[in-house]
Each structure stands twice: as C-alpha cells, then as structure tokens.
Design a protein. Structure first.
Length: 78
C-alpha cells in the first residue's frame, strides 16, 4: 500500500531529491510507523513528532492506505 510521507526540517536530508520533502512510499499492508521508518532507513531517535492525517501519533500507530504521515525532528529555538 502507498502512503504520503512529509519530512520536515533536518529529516529532509534523508531524501534530498523529494520536492518540498514530500513523496509516496510503499509499505506492507499491516505496517506501523516504526516499520515505515525502518523501510526508509530513518533513525527513529531523530523523529520526535509523528502526525498521521493531522493527528499526533506514535511509532506503534498502524498505517492505512492513503494516510498522510508527517515526521518532525526535535524543535528548538530561543
């Protein structure tokens, strides 16, 4: 199944060719966010905020066909 993945800020370095950090990714039917990160070879320790269809989620959240997943690193500033 395919889901839309959006990478934000420093996570975009994993896929610099993605336009605006967005692309479709194919995952197995019973995948969770942690499976997605493994498939994409993204270090889970770098992902601090996960949004699925605009709702805060976790690494254990199940993915469904057509989901929109946003992955954010730690946010800082001052």
């Amino acid at each position: 199944m395919y889901i839309e993945v959006r990478l934000y800020a420093t996570l975009r370095r994993y896929y610099p060719s993605w336009i605006a950090g967005v692309s479709s990714v194919e995952v197995q039917a019973d995948s969770r966010v942690s499976d997605l990160l493994n498939t994409m070879k993204i270090d889970m320790a770098e992902v601090h905020i996960i949004m699925i269809n605009g709702v805060s989620s976790t690494l254990d959240s199940a993915l469904q066909v057509g989901d929109r997943v946003g992955l954010f690193p730690a946010v800082g500033g001052g």
